[in-house]
Design a protein around this ligand. Structure first.
Ligand code: NAP
Length: 310
């Protein structure tokens, strides 16, 4: 059993920032990285709205930011473990138990930053065709759709940003949205409407994804007219929001009805000595900049909590 002052669960912007601050406070945090160092930004093509990193021609990519953050936290003494948390026990108070596939930790404090994952449509064909035309990540899979016809499902920032990215590869990108106006911000909307490769199918939902062995079409229903149709496509990219990665915390921390960990304004959870930051507790802002801010706040409170105990 490893004894630690601070265990950070997750390695997205919130987790790496919490690690940076606690490392600089000489608390020697250990970061359990999860299955993807950097979390969701490591799958993001371009990040244009994180202040301080600007290049109009070549905006920084998610992996580039993650690489800098990793170097920064390790430089100040954080240890990153490429492992995944399977179980926690917060029931007896501090010190807490955190179990991973390979290790068991005794942690005086825990900062939970396990993030969120893409939501599924939940329609027939979706699960079966993941990796065979169904994708949740343009950066990861766009390359396989060179000169192919694809559809993007969703109308938020992610859907539009990814649709724009996918035009680099695909011959056409059709955005299927359940309403007749986009949720995405004005700049992204303007770019999408101006892009010749992008077209829209409005007020429409996907009922089924069809294909064997790979995606060949989607079955659609127009929500206004009830009209049903088949739309031929080689790929289906789904960006309809996220759910928090909080299954392993069930029964340990208070959560809302959607599984988001409940925190107060000091990033405290329902358990004294356990803090949370980033998308595991934030269903509203979900930006790199806000996650970094929440990670900072959680780390500062952790430091204070430990110093008050000594
Ligand atoms: P989101 O803003 O929640 O948008 C989800 C989209 O999917 C909405 O258009 C929604 O439709 C649609 N949708 C939800 N469930 C659906 C279903 N079952 N079937 C069909 N469509 C469905 O999620 P997001 O785009 O992933 O963005 C999440 C957060 O990250 C937001 O705060 C966003 O601003 C932020 N973000 C920012 C950037 C950026 O600043 N560049 C990039 C990516 C994400 P309705 O519109 O009808 O609800």
């Amino acid at each position: 059993m490893e004894k630690e002052k601070v265990v950070v669960i997750g390695s997205g912007p919130a987790g790496l920032t919490a690690a940076l601050y606690t490392a600089r406070a000489d608390l020697k945090p250990v970061v359990i990285a999860g299955n993807q160092l950097g979390g969701q930004i490591s799958l993001t093509s371009e990040i244009e709205n994180y202040p301080g990193f600007f290049n109009a021609e070549h905006p920084p990519t998610g992996p580039e930011l993650v690489d800098i953050m990793q170097k920064q936290v390790e430089h100040f003494g954080a240890r990153i473990e490429f492992d995944e948390v399977t179980e926690v026990d917060f029931s007896k108070g501090s010190p807490f138990t955190v179990k991973t596939y390979g290790q068991e930790y005794e942690a005086e404090t825990v900062i939970v930053t396990a993030g969120a994952s893409p939501r599924r449509l939940g329609v027939p064909g979706e699960e079966e065709l993941i990796g065979r035309g169904v994708s949740y990540c343009g950066t990861c899979d766009g390359f396989f759709f060179r000169d192919k016809k694809i559809v993007v499902v969703g109308g938020g920032d992610s859907a539009i940003e990814e649709a724009l990215f996918l035009t680099k590869f695909a011959s056409s990108v059709t955005i299927i949205h359940r309403r007749d106006e986009l949720r995405a911000g004005a700049t992204l909307q303007r770019r999408a409407f101006a892009n010749e490769k992008i077209s829209f199918i409005w007020n429409t939902v996907v009922d089924e994804i069809v294909g064997d062995p790979t995606v060949s079409s989607v079955k659609l229903t127009n929500r206004k007219t009830g009209e049903q149709s088949d739309f031929a496509t080689d790929g289906v990219f789904i960006f309809i929001g996220h759910f928090p990665n909080s299954k392993f915390l069930e029964g340990q921390l208070a959560m809302d009805e959607h599984g988001y960990v409940i925190t107060d304004e000091l990033m405290r959870t329902s358990v004294d000595g356990v803090f949370a930051a980033g998308e595991i507790q934030d269903s509203v802002y979900r930006q790199v900049a806000t996650s970094v801010g929440q990670g900072t706040a959680a780390a500062l409170r952790t430091e204070k909590w430990l110093s008050e105990r000594e």
